[in-house]
Design a binder for this molecule. Sequence first.
Ligand code: PLP
Length: 731
Amino acid sequence: MQTTHLRHLLTTEPTLRRPPSVDTPEAHAAWSRTLRATLARLARVTPAPLGVAATTTTTAEGLRRDRLTLTSPVRGTFHGTLLAPEDTTGRRPAVLVLGGRHARMEQLTGETPPDFPDRNVAEHLARAGFVTLSIEHGIGGGLDEERRAGRDEGTLLAHAFALTGRSLLGALVGDALGALDLLTAHPLADPERVGLFGHSLGAAVALHTALLGPRPLPVCAASHLGSYPALFARLLTGHEGAVLPGVLEYADLPDLYAALAPAPLHLQYGTADAYLEPADARAAADAVRRAYATASGPLEVRELPMGHGTHVGHAVDFLTRALAQPADAAADVPAQRIHFDVADRRAILDRVDLALASGHLTQGPELARFEDRARTWTGVAGVAVASGAAALEIALRIVGVADRTVLVPVNTFFATAAAAVRAGARVRFVDIELDGLGLDPAALRTALDRYPDTAAVLPVHIGGIVSPLLGEVVALCAERGVAVVEDAAHALGATLDGRFAGSFGRFGAFSFFPTKVAVSGEGGLVTCAGADPASDAEQVRRWRDHGKSAQGSTLHDRPGGNWRLSELHAAVGTVDLERFDRTLAARRDLAAAYDELLDGVPHLRAHTVPEGVRGNYYKYLAYLDGPVDRALLKKRLRERHGVALAGEVYDHLLCDQPYFTRTAPEAGTEAGTGGGTEAETGAGTRGGAEAEGPFPRARWFARHHIALPLYPTLTRAEQFRVVAALRAELS
Ligand SMILES: *Cc1c(COP(=O)(O)O)cnc(C)c1O
C-alpha cells in the first residue's frame, strides 16, 4: 500500500466543514440544511416503499415476534423482525435497530444466544417496553466461495453500486427509510415517538437515515466515532458500506453527527475498540459537542471501557428518555415550497454541466428543448424569453401600442400594466367578473367604447383559472380589431373547454419565476396563436435579442432588448416541465382534498371553479365572509398554528398602487368601468366605503379572498393542519 499517497489523499479539507462562525441556532440550522442537501445528492436514495412479502408471528417468553420478508426495489429481498412486549396495548415508543456489518437477525433479537453480550439490542429494548424493528443489511451470504475468491462480499457489492453511480450506503439508507415508514405506521408503534439505534455499520446507516429522513429523530450510535481520515489511514477499515462516495470533499464524520443537532443524540465508543482511536473519537466528540451547544440540543457522549461493542444499558436509558415525550410539534406549514428531488437536481446539473462544457451558455440546445417541452402545456408554439414581464412587453411591442390605450384588469400583478407603460401605452383599468375572475365583458365593452384608440386588451388568468367569459372578451376585441395578449403567468397547463391558456389571444405571456407553477429561476415564454404565428414568433426572436434581424446578424431592425433566456435557466425549466404532468396532478389532487375538507368551516367559502375550466391551482382561493379581519386571521394562523397562507392575488388594486395614483390621468389612473356611470379615478376612492366607488367587484375580491398553501409536496397531514387551524380561528 502506498501509504504516502494515502496520507496525502486524506489531507483533503472538506468544503462544508462546520465553520466556527456558525454560532447561533439559526446559523446552525442553515448549515445543517446545506449539508443534508449535499448528502442527499451523494446518497442518491431512491425513495420507494418497502414491501412486506410475508409475516410469521410467534410469541414466547413475554415477547411478540413478527418475522418479515421485506422487498426493496433496489436490493431485492431481505429480512426484518418486529419485536415487542407481548402484552402490548395501545401504542409504544418505537426504535429501528440497525446492527453491525456481521450482526445476524437472530442475534439482534435474542432468538439465538448473542456472540457478544451486547448483540441482542432489540431484545433488550423490547424488554424495556419498546416496539423494535430490526433489519439486516443483506450483505454477504449470496456468493459461493469460488466466485468470491477470498474477497469481501460487501466490497464486491459496493463496487457494483459504484458502476451505476450509486452507493451501497445509499441503498442501505433507502431501505432503512422504508423500514422507518413501516415501523411508524405499525399499529403497535406511537408515530410521534420513534428513534434509531445503530452499531458500527448500522450506526452509519442510522446517522444517514436521520440526516436524510423527513423529520428529526433521536439517534443512538455505538462504536462509530472518529474522523474519516483517521479511520481510513490508521486501520484501513473504512468499509464502503459505511461512507458515501465523495463525502470527504464536503464533510467529515463529526460534521455529519453535528448536523443532527438539535435532535437528541447519544454517542458511545470503547477505549479498547480495535477499529478506532480514542483520541480521534474524543476530538470528534468535541466537535459534535460544540454544535449541540450552539443548537441547544441534548447530547450524551460515553467513553466506555469496551471493545467494538454496544453498552446496551446506556442505549436503553437514552432512548427511554429521548422517547418519553412525543416529538416537538410538527414543523410549520410554509406558504410555498419549491422542491426538486435528487433525481431532478442531478438531471439539471448534468445539463448545466454540458452547457458549461460546450461553452454554449445562451440560445442553444437547452432553449430549444425548453420551448419544445413548454408546447405540451400551451398547445401552441412559444418563444422563450428572460421573464414574464419581458414576454408581455415583447408581445405589446409587436402589437404596437405606443401612444394608444391598453386595457388591463384592475386586479392583476403590477407587471401586467407596467409592461404596457414601458411599451409606450396609456393604461386604463377594467373591472373583473367574480366567477372566472377574468375581465368583465360589460365593463370591457364600456371601456372599448370610451377608448376607441385601444390597441390591446390583456386578460389575466387569475389563480390559474381561465374565465369561461374569455370567449366573449376575445369576440369583443375581434369585432374592433383589438389585439388580445393573455397574461398567462399564473396559468400554465390550465384549460377552458379543453383549450390551453395562452392559445386564445394573438399572444400569451408566461412566467417561470420561482413563485409560479413551473419555474426556471427566471424565465418567460411568449406563445403565438394569432393569424400568422410563424411570423409573430420570428418577431419575438428578434425583439428578445437586441432587434437583430437574424440570430448572429449584426443588422438590427428594431430597438430590441436583452430578453434572452440563458441555457442554465432553460436547463432548470426543462426539467421542471418534464415533471409538470405530476405537478399538475398533485395540485389538482390537493385542491380536491381542500374542497372536501373546507366543507363546513364557518365564515369560509371555497371559490367554485366554473364549469368547463380545469384550473392549475396556482392559487387555491377561498372567501372570508362576515366581519373577519384577514390580516389578523393570517397573523393568528401563523403565530398560533404555524400555518402560513399564500399571498393574495391581489390585495391592492392597480388603480391604488402608488405609481398609478401618482401619475397624471393620461398616464393611466382613470377607470373605464361600471354600468355606464361616470368612472371615478382610483385616487378619488381611497378611504371610501368597502365595495363602493369604481371596480366594485375587483374591490370586493381583493378584500375578501385568501389563498391556502398548496404545492406538490404539501402532505395530507399538512392540509388537515391548515383546515383545523382555519376552523379554530373562524369558529
Ligand atoms: C409573475 C407575473 C408576471 C411577471 O413575471 P416575471 O417572470 O416575474 O417577470 C406578470 N404577470 C403576472 C400576472 C404575474 O403573476
